[in-house]
Design a binder for this molecule. Structure first.
Ligand code: B12
Ligand code: SF4
Length: 457
């Protein structure tokens, strides 16, 4: 029995020609969901993981599969449907799962033979069994998995083409920010995988650099932090020789022992959601966690960096309280916090979030010809109607934010401070120029976006 697990090309990556430059390997990321599904699949299935982001596959030339499984974030939905249509025309049953299938069940059910909502661990073997007997159901619900059932992902199946490996050590987030799908999808209960499984899986990853995909590697409560410390100790003890980056909440900075252990275990960067420069903004987004303890963000960032760990700060533009000038303000605040890189995104109503419900009820979802418009739901386009910013206005804010933060004097200052503090000046230089380079690409993308929106395409 032959199974294809397919990651459809995503609009952010499809502009990248992976085979044309070695550097482009740093812009494609392993579809861990499919590697986990493969880990749940029994040996009678011969599995191929097809990542379209590595290059367009020649499906007609490939052997006919018995079953196709497709994953999709919302931004990949259109391409997912094209792939599904191709295989369904051949009479091959198609199962879709993942975040988009879960949040837009009806839309996906119209375009696939079967849909799996939620996490797959508790249900995938049933799906395969039904497929083998030709009795696939229209819908399965995996709900939330027992965390100890998460298998070791099949890292052997996607062994080349990427700069980074990928691993997941926890699921769920209790914070339920208004713009984020994680709590709706993975639940509010923070679940941590058994440490020996994580260490063993790390050992199977061939790449030296690894993306830890957790939404928050350390968690928010005392017992979460204690487990994170145990994990870092076990990783250091196993002498993994990996460098990894992860997402964490700002409380990462509050515990010197945690930081020291993370650095020792190979942490080479952390991505932190600051989201808004003002307490009002954080309240609007429901990210009150960042407001706790009257936090000094500059001091927090410095404490992390002192352990040789660079910080990428993420901010959102387009909140109801955001007014003209917000772009420059974010660039200034991020510079004052001292982050090594700034990642600014447009506020985007993703399906299944509280923000989606709110904007829908206020008729503020501007790009709503679905599924076609999903391709703009990459957080890199303004798809809604923003309270104080027009379409041109919000794009201008994004451009000025990038230009200010990635101006040459500011880049040189950051690289110098990285050199002075004996952090990683070369990484700082490459990181900053790569973001600066993206600004040019973004200008082209905005011009195309504006003309498409105005032409009603
Ligand atoms: C790692 C990650 C990334 C990485 C790597 C992504 C990749 N490999 O393609 C990077 C940084 C590149 C990235 C980019 C983006 N991301 Co992202 N990302 C994540 C994150 C943190 C983890 C995903 C992951 O690997 N999880 C581990 C695997 C094992 O879990 P899983 O994917 O959920 O898969 C399980 C189930 O869903 C199910 N399943 C999944 N697929 C299938 C298929 C079948 C057939 C079946 C049966 C089951 C099944 O089974 C799996 C096992 O239980 C999630 C948050 C989250 N917790 O999901 C956000 C998340 C998926 N990202 C999100 C977004 C918005 C983006 C971007 C659009 C934004 C941006 N500008 O950065 C881009 C676009 C990328 C794209 N492909 O279009 C949103 C997506 C929301 C949505 N409705 O689509 C999420 C949910 C975060 C959020 N804030 O809401 N992302
Ligand atoms: S943005 Fe981060 S903290 Fe907020 S709900 Fe999503 S994962 Fe949790």
């Amino acid at each position: 029995m032959r199974l294809y697990l397919i990651n459809p090309s995503n609009p952010l990556v499809s502009i990248v020609k992976v085979k044309e430059s070695r550097w482009n390997r740093y812009r494609v990321w392993k579809p861990l969901s499919l590697m986990v599904l493969a880990g749940l699949t029994s040996p009678e299935w011969e599995i191929s993981i097809v990542d379209e982001n590595l290059g367009a596959p020649d499906y007609p030339a490939m052997p006919r599969p018995d079953l196709v499984g497709i994953t999709a974030f919302t931004s990949q939905a259109n391409r997912a449907y094209e792939v599904a249509t191709h295989f369904r025309r051949l009479g091959v049953p198609v199962v879709m799962g993942g975040i988009h299938a879960t949040m837009c069940l009806e839309e996906v059910m119209e375009r696939a033979d079967s849909v799996v909502t939620g996490e797959a661990e508790g249900i995938w073997s049933q799906v395969l069994e039904d497929a083998r007997h030709g009795s696939l159901k229209r819908r399965y619900d995996g709900g939330l998995a027992e965390i100890s059932d998460v298998p070791i992902a099949r890292h052997d199946l996607l062994a080349t083409g990427y700069a980074c490996g990928a691993i997941q050590t926890t699921r769920g987030c209790p914070l339920n920010c208004s713009f984020c799908s994680v709590t709706a999808f993975n639940g509010a209960h923070y679940r941590q995988r058994p440490i020996p499984d994580v260490v063993r899986e790390f050992q199977l990853i061939r790449e030296k650099h690894v993306l830890v995909v957790d939404d928050n590697l350390i968690g928010t409560r005392h017992e979460h932090i204690a487990r994170a410390k145990d994990l870092f100790r076990a990783m250091a003890q196993a002498n993994l020789r990996k460098q990894w980056v992860a997402q964490a909440s700002i409380n990462f900075a509050d515990d010197e022992e945690l930081l020291a252990l993370a650095a020792k275990a190979g942490c080479s960067g952390v991505f932190i959601g600051f989201e808004s420069p003002t307490p009002e903004g954080l309240r609007e987004l429901g990210k009150k966690f960042n407001l706790l303890k009257g936090r000094d963000f500059c001091a927090s960032v410095r404490r992390i960096q002192r352990h040789g760990i660079p910080v990428v700060g993420s901010f959102i533009i387009g909140l109801d309280i955001d007014e003209p000038g917000i772009g420059k303000r974010i660039a200034e605040v991020a510079s004052r916090y001292g982050v090594d890189n700034l990642n600014a995104l447009f506020l985007t109503p993703l399906p299944g979030t509280r923000l989606w419900d709110q904007m829908k009820s206020e008729d503020r979802i501007a790009l709503h010809t679905f599924p076609e418009d999903w391709k703009y739901y990459t957080l890199t386009f303004p798809v809604a109607r923003y309270k104080n910013l027009s379409l041109d206005g919000i794009i201008e804010e994004m451009i000025s934010c990038g230009r200010d933060f990635y101006s040459m004097p500011r880049i040189l200052r950051r690289v110098w401070s990285s050199l002075w503090q004996r952090r990683k000046p070369l990484i700082s230089l490459v990181g900053n120029f790569s973001y600066r380079n993206n600004l040019r690409l973004n200008l082209k993308a905005y011009a195309y976006f504006k003309s498409s929106v105005r032409a009603g395409i």
